[in-house]
Design a protein around this ligand. Structure first.
Ligand SMILES: Nc1nc2c(ncn2[C@@H]2O[C@H](COP(=O)(O)OP(=O)(O)OP(=O)(O)O)[C@@H](O)[C@H]2O)c(=O)[nH]1
Ligand SMILES: [Mg+2]
Length: 506
């Protein structure tokens, strides 16, 4: 029975009902159990007129609480500060029961001045047992505890072997946990996490990950009309986080309860998957990257002349409306979304516009090694745009080792003859690559085709790497395969012959 309920029940025995003993009931030999309630001023206001104050004071005293005023408080204007205070005091009265509940467990949990350290730990143990982690964190943060209240590094950052040229992605178990988390905190059930819902989701952690803040989250991913991150965006955001910095993911999975939400002993690393190292094919001649089968997350640098439409392309990838206002990109701009490829396979594509870091990144071997595909764009309505790409590749021949897709942007505008040493089609044909795809931010189908083409190029780099002729490669492979088969057959015959020979000699 709730404490308040004691004010609404009386003795049902007929002989008793006529006497003054019928109400309030006397409460002896009972166990006090505390159930946490949020401070709800309206509830206290509503219930106050209906309370038998004298009875309430009596029962509270019997249960060990003498803090109630003798007369029922009057609240005329609940918005006044002192009324709010009074309502809070009444709410706090209920907290007295919490103290009693703690005393039931340990006589040293509470003193006359409040809850002891032991009591505080007991209380949080109770919360933890009831799965109320957010309450504990709410308490800690409201007492200005900082992040120095830290967890062991080995828990936040478990050891993970990541070979060179491998990448880290979320496992199905990791995705499942993140889906459950999203659904749990989408309290208004509108398919998006608003600021409050995000805040409450991240309460057991230091807040939105630093990496996300650096990338200007939530501008990085899919949002609904209200600007709130959708489930698709949420999963894309975590796919990108894991790909770029898996340690952020492990730390947050630990803080958000990945391990504790499971009966069996599962580890944080169960939420991750390390892909096989990407191999190089033909290292002696025209080298290109092998196809991959176990990857679902790819990153792509979008490179092109200033004002050619890179940011608009990235924004269109997130299905955000097109704007004619031009603001040059200085800080790198990164976005992520899912792409459905031909055949139904879904992958996540991270598009990065490098801003003022572009020259430095394109000269950095390790950054290029970790780039899955390049997207070379030019403005087909600007005659001076394509030459930027020609000069860039002349300056950095290393770029020709990477798979790439050439794109003519602003295709809704009049196409101009390019003032470069070669026209775009002739240039790509010389590289043995497909002609530039003509795309406008106002043409959704062409955009979709481009994102699929980029993902395909990342998955099967051979088909999109300059100067690689896959047909020729394959025809070269046939004699090699025949030789290998021939050698295999010879080995089998030889071992059969030797075996029968040794049997015969016996
Ligand atoms: N008509 C038309 N205009 C476009 C298209 N894409 C971009 N624009 C406009 O072109 C201008 C430059 O676009 P941005 O996307 O900012 O170009 P950017 O390559 O990111 O520019 P920087 O960051 O300075 O390198 C803006 O005014 C856009 O509105 C398009 O497909 N069609
Ligand atoms: Mg830009």
């Amino acid at each position: 029975m709730k404490f308040m309920t004691t004010n609404f029940v009386q003795c049902a025995v007929r002989s008793c009902s006529k006497t003054t003993d019928a109400f309030p009931l006397q409460y002896t030999d009972l166990t006090l159990i505390r159930q946490e309630t949020e401070f709800d001023p309206d509830f206290i206001l509503n219930i106050l007129p209906r309370l038998d104050w004298n009875a309430l004071v009596k029962v509270a005293a019997e249960l060990g609480n003498n803090a109630l005023p003798a007369d029922k408080p009057e609240i005329e204007n609940p918005d006044l500060d002192e009324s709010q205070q009074l309502l809070k005091d009444l709410h706090n009265l209920l907290v007295e029961f919490l103290k009693n509940a703690l005393l039931e467990i340990s006589p040293t949990a509470v003193t006359s001045t409040g809850i002891t350290e032991e009591g505080f730990i007991l209380l949080n143990k109770l919360y933890a047992e009831k799965g109320r982690h957010e309450t504990t964190w709410g308490i800690l943060r409201s007492f200005h505890y900082t992040d120095s209240l830290s967890l062991e590094d080995t828990f936040l950052y478990p050891k993970l072997d990541v070979p060179v040229n491998s990448s880290v992605e979320l496992s199905p178990e990791g995705y499942r946990f993140l889906v459950d988390l999203f659904v749990l905190f989408d309290k208004d059930n509108d398919g998006g996490l608003n600021d409050l819902e995000l805040e409450s989701l991240f309460k057991p952690s230091p807040g939105i990950p630093k990496l996300w803040q650096e990338f200007n989250f939530p501008q990085t991913t899919v949002r609904n009309d209200l600007g709130n991150i959708t489930l698709q965006g949420w999963l894309a955001q975590w796919s990108m986080t894991t790909y770029l910095d898996y340690k952020t993911t492990t730390a947050y999975l630990a803080l958000l309860g990945f391990e504790s939400q499971h009966q069996s002993m599962r580890k944080i690393t169960d939420a991750l998957k390390v892909t096989r190292p990407r191999k190089q094919r033909n290292p002696s001649t025209r080298s290109y990257r092998n196809s991959v089968v176990d990857r679902n997350v790819f990153n792509c640098y979008v490179v092109g002349s200033p004002g050619s439409g890179k940011s608009s392309l990235l924004t269109a990838f997130l299905n955000r409306p097109f704007t004619e206002v031009y603001s040059p990109t200085i800080k790198p701009f990164t976005v992520v979304n899912s792409v459905e490829m031909t055949g139904g396979k879904q992958c996540y594509l991270i598009l990065e516009e490098l801003g003022e870091l572009e020259p430095a990144v394109l000269e950095n071997q390790s950054r290029l090694d970790s780039c899955d595909v390049l997207c070379f764009v030019y403005d087909s309505s600007d005659p001076d745009s394509f030459t930027y790409l020609v000069e860039l590749c002349q300056k950095n021949p290393i770029l020709e080792r990477l798979p790439a897709v050439y794109v003519a942007l602003k295709a809704d505008l009049d196409r101009q003859q390019q003032r470069s040493s070669m026209q775009p089609d002739a240039y790509t044909s010389k590289l043995n690559m497909t002609s530039p795809l003509h795309v406008s931010v106002q043409w959704p189908q062409a955009l979709n085709e481009l994102f699929v083409q980029l993902s395909e190029a990342a998955l099967r780099p051979g088909s999109a790497t300059p100067h690689v002729d896959l047909e020729e490669e394959e025809s070269n492979l046939i004699p090699m395969a025949a030789i290998a088969l021939g050698l295999g057959a010879f080995a089998v015959t030889l071992s059969w012959y030797l075996r029968s020979f040794s049997h015969g000699s016996h």
